[in-house]
Design a protein around this ligand. Structure first.
Ligand code: P6P
Length: 334
């Protein structure tokens, strides 16, 4: 009889020994993210039916109007991760600073810190378009048994132990890596379990989808403008198809499956672009590189950038290797 695909829980048990520093903590950590994602998914799926869509009268540290689901998702992930006493600290895009997990005797003995964008693309909520959660996990650098420090969060992306996203789309999928490839688990809502649906995801080395907010074209640097015009020229497999969902998780997930490039460049309006290095670019870069693609800021590999502040923004050019190579050629010119 053909063996059914494993659930996420079974996968974590079966692969426990391949996780870095296999002590069971990482498995428990990924399991707590799985639970929080189910809770957020439940609310996202009924957003149109209950009073949970729309904005609250608060603005987050990014200066962005918070949506009700933003606040809810942040609370769910923060409480689930802190209450399980698995981590020593947490940083969220929605929080001004990092959160030290209370309970000196226990939490400070934990080895991992988590950085999270609880609900990426939240402006899509009210129009029933896809949204996502992005997470990034590091091993602390400060001594175990002491309170977590900012340095624990300001680590370059190449030190990530794990990273992943949950895409709340036409179905809900959790995609993550622990440095041994990228695997996708689709939620079976009837059973409440995530089933391995996309084992060992690989991004095609080339593709014909480019993803950029062309409404900002006038503000892009010359090299970016030239690359966009290159994408639109009739030659070979071009013009490419333009696809832009307005939620990083959805655009990146599509590009990993089909091949493509995503660009959020710097501009005259935003000299470092919009996307956050720690909560969005590093985890996505880890996943894309593990899937065989590339992620740069147009000049440097994203995962080699040494962060200087928690909410730092960087330009983000990522996806199929040959497409990122070509885009960087144009960006070198001007
Ligand atoms: P713009 C969502 O706010 C987000 O952080 C990403 O998910 C998305 O790719 C990007 O911003 C969209 O930004 O400026 O094109 O609306």
């Amino acid at each position: 009889m053909e063996k059914r695909p494993p659930t996420l829980g079974e996968f974590l048990i079966d692969n426990q020994n391949s996780f870095p520093y296999a002590t069971g903590e990482l498995s428990r950590l990924l399991n707590s993210i799985r639970l929080a994602a189910k809770m957020v998914n439940h609310e996202v799926n009924k957003a149109g039916l209950v009073d949970i869509t729309g904005a609250v009268d608060s603005v987050n540290i990014q200066g962005e109007q918070q949506q009700k689901l933003d606040v809810y998702a942040n609370e769910v992930f923060t409480k689930t991760l802190v209450n399980r006493e698995i981590i020593c600290g947490l940083a969220s895009e929605e929080e001004d600073s990092y959160v030290t997990v209370p309970g000196f005797d226990k939490s400070h003995r934990n080895k991992y810190v988590v950085l999270i964008d609880p609900l990426d693309g939240s402006s899509n909520i009210d129009v029933n378009a896809p949204v996502g959660t992005i997470f990034s996990i590091y091993r602390r650098v400060s001594p175990v048994g002491t309170p977590v420090t900012e340095e624990d969060f300001l680590q370059p992306g190449n030190l990530q132990v794990s990273a992943g996203y949950i895409l709340y789309g036409t179905s809900t999928i959790m995609v993550f890596t622990t440095g041994n490839g990228v695997h996708g688990f689709t939620l079976n809502p009837a059973l409440g379990t995530y089933i391995l649906s996309h084992p060992n995801m690989k991004i095609p080395p080339n593709g014909n989808i480019y993803s950029v907010n062309e409404g900002k074209y006038a503000h892009f640097p010359q090299g970016v403008k030239k690359y966009i015009k290159y994408c639109q020229q009739e030659e070979g497999d071009r013009p490419y198809t333009s696809r832009y969902i307005g939620a990083l998780v959805a655009d990146v997930h599509r590009n990993i499956l089909k091949g493509g490039i995503f660009l959020y460049p710097q501009s005259s309006q935003a000299e470092n672009g919009k996307l956050r290095l720690l909560y969005e670019c590093n985890p996505m870069a880890f996943l894309i590189e593990q899937a065989g693609g590339r992620a740069s800021d147009g000049h440097r590999r994203i995962m080699e950038i040494k962060p200087t502040e928690l909410h730092q923004r960087v330009p983000f050019i990522a996806g199929s290797e040959e497409m990122v190579d070509k885009a960087e050629e144009f960006m070198k010119e001007a």
